[in-house]
Design a protein around this ligand. Structure first.
Ligand code: PMP
Length: 436
């Protein structure tokens, strides 16, 4: 009997070891990590350079409390992150995970408003569907009913606007009018709430778990930036999943050349080697808060030297092996192969994503884009069939959480084209089984 308790009750194999894009259980069965865990193990497992750097750091020190010590790995990693971030974002605040990064972003925004005489601004508008984390603050901006409903009334409930799902609304992704249409929903909502009460807007540049690699339509990112500027609303990019290189650039926002006011990153930043995340903010925001006495927020393990060593070695390996270029190249191949599946399986309604943040979605009909009936349990079935083939993929419900099924196919950024063949063979066999 296991003494652990989590959301899932499905029996899972016991992990033994992992290397590259492969994982083995204790019975010796091999799996392809087709989703990098939860889009975490971006550089693959057991990278020798990262492990060597961590071992060397372990021999020196594993923990130094950030209020007592600066650390060399912390300083070096912060400098590297700042260099990879948009201009004017020189300051980095470390945390240990995605929810912590989002909490930090929202609290920094709030403290900035307070110290600059805008204490009336407290609402953080977000999108539906969305996922921003499991802690109460992050949950209050999360638009995913099965995860939020059980906790209602929530301590804080934040306003939501629809995510720009052009493919469901039958709108042209490549038409700037589509981007403007969805961005206008943000402006309308800011006006309805009263701009003087709106602190920030948070969204993912490329959607992750809740929307399945949702790519915004042309013009959306820029229009959102302009609207936030117009009303003095801070723009927060949740790059917990899209950041770190998986989309082919360090940040999802880079794909559109849009710099937000605050960025949250995690997952691929520690890449499974250490619990690590960061919040990066515009210098003017950090300066104002620092001048007023400092940011009143922090987590005990944040910025510990071992996690920072891992993060630094991960970024160094991404650069050394040109992994972002590989994510673009192999991602394009994988995306095309996933698109080809649409000819074979009528129930695949959409394939989307950037780099190696890719997903496909099941529908009952491509005409109406209606979701598959819930009783079909496509969501669980395909994952189990893929498991049986030795392929791990990541699934979620698409339409806000209770219906619709999408599957993220997001192998590590070191995946080769030959390994794409392997993934596609297994996935096709799993889909064949589903179609029976
Ligand atoms: N934001 C996004 C976009 C995420 O995908 C996640 C995790 N799935 C989180 C925040 C929360 O991260 P964590 O689970 O590390 O707290």
């Amino acid at each position: 009997m296991s003494h652990l308790f989590y959301l899932s009750t499905a029996a899972r194999p016991v992990l033994d070891r992992a290397e590259g894009i492969y994982m083995w259980d204790t019975s010796g069965r091999r799996f392809i990590d087709g989703s990098s865990g939860a889009m975490v193990s971006n550089i693959g497992h057991s990278n020798p350079a990262v492990l060597a750097a961590m071992r060397a750091q372990m021999d020196k020190s594993t923990f130094g409390y950030r209020l007592h010590f600066e650390t060399e790995p912390g300083e070096q990693l912060a400098a590297k992150v700042a260099a990879l971030s948009p201009e004017g974002m020189e300051k980095v605040f470390f945390v240990s995970g995605g929810s912590e990064a989002v909490e930090s972003a929202m609290k920094l925004a709030r403290q900035y408003a307070v110290v600059t005489g805008q204490a009336g601004r407290w609402k953080v508008i977000s999108r539906f569907p969305s996922y921003h984390g499991s802690t109460l603050g992050a949950l209050s901006v999360t638009g995913y009913d099965p995860l939020t409903d059980p906790f209602r009334p929530m301590m804080v409930e934040m306003p939501k606007i629809p995510a720009p799902r052009a493919y469901l609304d039958g709108l042209d992704m490549d038409n700037a009018a589509t981007g403007a249409h969805y961005a206008a929903m943000l402006e309308d909502r800011i006006l309805a709430e009263g701009p003087e009460t709106v602190l920030a807007f948070i969204h993912e540049p490329v959607g992750g778990a809740s929307t399945g690699a949702l790519v915004p339509p042309t013009g959306y990112m820029q229009a959102v930036r302009a609207i936030c500027d117009k009303y003095g609303v801070l723009l927060i990019h949740d790059e917990v999943m899209s950041g770190g290189g998986r989309v082919g650039t360090f940040l999802g926002g880079d794909l559109w050349g849009v710099a937000p006011d605050i960025i949250a990153i995690s997952k691929g930043f520690g890449a499974g080697y250490a619990p690590l995340g960061a919040m990066i903010a515009q210098d003017r925001i950090v300066q104002a808060v620092q001048d007023a006495g400092g940011f009143l927020h922090g987590h005990t393990y944040a910025g510990n030297p071992l996690a920072c060593t891992a993060g630094l070695a991960v970024l160094t390996e991404i650069e050394r092996q040109g992994m972002m270029g590989n994510a673009r190249k192999v991602g394009a191949v994988l995306k095309q192969r996933l698109k080809n599946l649409m000819q074979r399986y009528g129930f695949i309604g959409d394939v989307r994503g950037e780099g190696l943040l890719l997903a496909f979605e099941f529908v009952a009909s491509r005409e109406t884009m209606a979701p598959l009936p819930r009783e079909m349990k496509a969501f669980d079935d395909l994952v189990e069939r893929a498991y049986a083939e030795g392929l791990i993929i990541y699934s979620r419900r698409t339409r806000g959480g209770y219906e619709g099924d999408h599957f993220l196919v997001c192998p590590p950024m070191i995946t080769t084209e030959a390994q794409v063949d392997e993934i596609m063979e297994k996935l096709t066999r799993a889909l064949d089984g589903f179609a029976d």
